[in-house]
Design a protein around this ligand. Structure first.
Ligand SMILES: Cc1cc2nc3c(=O)[nH]c(=O)nc-3n(C[C@H](O)[C@H](O)[C@H](O)COP(=O)(O)OP(=O)(O)OC[C@H]3O[C@@H](n4cnc5c(N)ncnc54)[C@H](O)[C@@H]3O)c2cc1C
Length: 385
């Protein structure tokens, strides 16, 4: 009997577990393979929905489902937190048990480190968790006039286009309420560009000009002066705000840090093609948890899940694991309430930004609905590759 353990049942973990269950269904029913998914949360969140809540595009309850509803037959769900990993001895500890594995997949995502920016939690908003998005929805609804700042505190962060999307949605939100004369929007970014890729940055800056949005680039937020309502940069500059939406600093999971298998920020050293945790052919990392030079995005996590499921299926059944990840990922990037673009990239292809259209927006709305039963359930396993 071979035991495959996946830690983390978010976007990447659920997709890996379900793909494996489809591929190995014969071995599972004959008792040769056992798939265990360890997930600490009872809810599976569709995080792109958090950005939609403040603008009323999605409701709170549309952004999560019971984790138990997400697994397909053949996957055993353990609803506990993993507390330690021993890669050398093939062992995972949870709050209640120790589990030996033959193959391991780390899909533990990222966590937010609000303490890294003093003052941030108290006086600013964000759209990176369900609770925060709900609070932001109320704050926007009550906002009558003044300056709204959308800022990124540090790199990397989940869904690179998300803060740009927030700016464009804010613009259209206040336009639809006839409030653009009373509200100004400023975009604060730590890099000299508005996006890590210059091509996309140039397009975004043109779109800012058209919409009267003010970019403040190369501004590394060090702290928030809550009394004065100002962002303070590492070199002492200040930006005032009436309402600030800040993307929190991200780090790897505490489990990774506690088990000492990550870099100083808690990202797992991962082979860019095989997705093996460096030095271990029987252990993999996918999604936000890795140190790979790709976007921390659900599309990436899913593309990686397919590669890892294929590799492990081959290893389990005695074949050479020859499937490689090519760095591909993509995002349907909202450019307003009614328009979107699509950005795709890979290790060899810099991001391509498709002209904005209603069709992409429509596709995004559809994807918000089909995610649950399509991507997460891996129903196209073996077809969409
Ligand atoms: C506002 C917002 C908008 C976004 N928009 C997009 C978008 O448009 N397109 C896109 O592709 N991506 C988007 N993303 C990013 C996407 O949601 C993430 O990149 C994706 O969820 C990563 O998947 P993951 O499996 O690596 O991590 P997650 O989905 O975060 O899952 C990690 C899981 O691990 C579990 N876990 C952690 N530690 C433990 C432990 N010790 N024991 C047990 N379980 C543990 C957690 O509970 C969690 O369920 C967005 C994200 C946000 C926040």
């Amino acid at each position: 009997m071979k035991t495959i353990v996946i830690i983390g049942g978010g976007s990447g973990g659920i997709s890996t577990a379900n793909h494996l269950a489809y591929r190995l269904r014969g071995s599972i029913s004959s008792g040769d393979v056992h798939i265990l998914l360890i997930e600490g949360s009872s809810r599976h969140y569709y995080q792109p929905g958090f950005l939609e809540i403040p603008f009323g595009v999605m409701s709170e309850t549309e952004t999560y489902r019971d984790e138990r509803r997400m697994v397909v037959d053949g996957v055993d769900l353990i609803q506990e937190n993993a507390t330690a990993i021993d890669l050398k001895n093939h062992e995972v500890a949870t709050q209640k048990q120790k589990i030996r594995y033959d193959y391991l997949v780390m899909a533990t995502g990222a966590r937010y480190d609000f303490d890294a920016v003093p003052g941030m939690g108290e006086s600013t908003f964000n759209f990176y968790s369900l609770d925060d998005s709900v609070k932001l929805k109320k704050a926007l609804n009550n906002f009558k006039k003044g300056k709204i700042v959308v800022g990124v505190t540090s790199m990397p962060y989940k869904c690179t286009p998300a803060p740009l999307e927030a700016v464009f949605m804010l613009h259209d939100y206040f336009k639809s309420r006839n409030m653009l004369d009373a509200v100004s929007i400023e975009y604060v970014y730590p890099m000299p560009m508005a996006f890590p890729d210059k091509g996309v940055s140039d397009i975004a800056l043109d779109m800012f000009r058209d919409r009267g949005i003010n970019p403040s680039l190369n501004f590394q937020i060090k702290s928030v002066d809550t009394a004065k309502k100002e962002l303070v940069s590492r070199d002492g500059k200040r930006i005032s705000f009436d309402l600030a939406l800040l993307v929190p600093p991200h780090r790897g999971s505490k489990l990774v840090e506690d088990s000492k298998i990550g870099d100083p920020m808690g990202w797992i050293p991962t082979d860019r093609f095989t997705l093996n945790i460096t030095g271990y052919t029987d252990a993999y990392a996918i999604g936000d948890a890795t140190n790979l030079p790709v976007s921390k995005a659900g599309s990436v996590a899913d593309a990686e899940a397919i590669v890892v499921a294929d590799r492990i299926s081959k290893q389990v059944t005695g074949y050479e694991p020859d499937t490689m990840y090519d760095g591909s990922g993509g995002a349907l990037m909202v450019t307003g309430l009614g328009k979107a673009s699509m950005i795709t990239s890979s290790y060899t292809q810099p991001p391509v930004f498709m002209p904005e259209s209603y069709s992409y927006y429509w596709l995004k709305l559809i994807y918000n609905k089909v995610y649950w039963n399509m991507t997460a359930k891996a129903v196209l396993s073996g077809v969409n590759e």
